[in-house]
Design a protein. Structure first.
Ligand SMILES: [Zn+2]
Length: 376
């Protein structure tokens, strides 16, 4: 899930919204409005709408706090976190690296539900001071709001503690199995399987409820199930890939013969005489025999076709010092992670500041395919 609207930064972590968030925000406000007008028929329309909107916003704020708690623990244990995105199904913190030890996995997972329980308890406590409990609500708008927030945050914690990946409970269980068996891969396989079973259960329950007349609520549960299913299977695939690439380094797979283009060539010549004829996509740009950058069709496309004659490769290339690079002894898994993080398809391989090769996604995929074919 990538954020399309950026809200700001907290502790160097970008907070953003995905467009799908607006759908859930609207649905939530509508359902809150009907909930509040039902329990307190004496309130005027204005009051109902006002507290519905405020409650919905506070709910999303508590989700951000939940995700921030994951991010804080992840960061304190050396895992970079780039952003937190709110989308239709809640929030997600983009932790850029998989934990390297069981203890980190355990705590990164557990802190989320703990945070939600704390938020929920504080809300319920305050509501109680105002004379309201979930079973005997008062007619004070503030108390009603706090009661609802208290219940929903605790429900959120319970839901998140279900022991299947990608839920927080799945991470916690993965940490425990990993710690006991000392086998991270096996732990991932187990919690991904539980995650998939849970997801299928959600889909079935949702569909059944839909046909029994629960309407959109049923579809919603099925939708959550579908999302969990795709995340759980993605994690399983990733583990399989990592298992197959384990122990291989970049230097074993990189190409040492990369196509070279002179930095002074204009784009028109580059496209017509080289790009369209060689089948290569990634070129090393050289200046007086020195590698200075990298150019792919992507950079060329940034320039309007009419201007190709007047721009040189040097004008559009990505300079070497600005590029993410890898060392020859970097593991393939790490290189793949880096490509994913930076959203690129290739990485230059440097030793002592000198370009010695290029590694591309294509290479790695080919290797994977061969390994799959030969089952090794
Ligand atoms: Zn969480």
């Amino acid at each position: 899930v990538k954020a399309q609207i950026k809200l700001g930064q907290i502790f160097d972590i970008e907070i953003g919204l995905h467009y799908s968030w607006f759908v859930i925000a609207l649905l939530m406000t509508l359902s809150l409005a009907s909930h509040f007008s039902e329990i307190n028929p004496i309130w005027g329309t204005q009051t109902v709408w006002l507290i519905s909107i405020v409650t919905a916003l506070l709910f999303f704020f508590s989700i951000v706090v939940h995700e921030l708690s994951h991010a804080a623990v992840a960061k304190s244990r050396g895992l970079p976190v780039k952003s937190i995105t709110l989308f239709a199904l809640g929030g997600v913190a983009q932790i850029e690296k998989e934990p390297e030890d069981a203890r980190t996995e355990f705590w990164v997972g557990l802190i989320g539900p703990i945070t939600s329980i704390v938020i929920g308890s504080v809300c319920l406590g305050l509501a109680w001071l105002l004379g309201s409990t979930p079973l005997s609500p008062t007619s004070s708008p503030l108390a009603a709001m706090l009661t609802w927030l208290g219940v929903i945050n605790i429900a959120l914690a319970v839901f998140n503690l279900l022991p299947g990946y990608p839920l927080d409970g799945g991470r916690v269980l993965r940490g425990i199995i990993w710690w006991v068996t000392r086998d991270g891969v096996k732990a991932t396989q187990i919690v991904s399987t539980i995650g998939q079973l849970l997801a299928i259960a959600f889909i079935v329950i949702g569909v059944v409820r839909f046909f029994k007349g629960a309407g959109i609520g049923g579809l919603w549960i099925a939708f959550i199930g579908w999302f969990l299913l795709s995340a759980a299977s993605a994690s399983q695939t990733r583990t399989t890939i990592e298992g197959r690439l384990k122990g291989i380094t970049v230097s074993e797979v990189m190409t040492r013969e990369f196509p070279i283009i002179d930095s002074r060539v204009n784009l028109k010549t580059f496209v017509e005489e080289t790009l369209l004829h060689t089948g290569h996509r990634c070129f090393i740009v050289e200046e007086q025999g020195q590698a200075v950058g990298l150019v792919t069709p992507h950079e060329v496309k940034e320039v309007a076709k009419e201007k190709w004659l007047y721009k040189t490769v040097d004008d559009v290339m990505r300079p070497l010092h600005q590029l993410q690079i890898v060392a020859p002894e970097t593991s393939l898994i790490e290189a793949l992670e880096k490509m994913g993080r930076e959203d690129v398809n290739q990485l230059p391989v440097l030793r002592d500041g000198h370009l010695i090769g290029v590694i591309t996604r294509g290479h790695i995929l080919q290797l994977l395919q061969t390994r799959l074919e030969l089952q090794s």
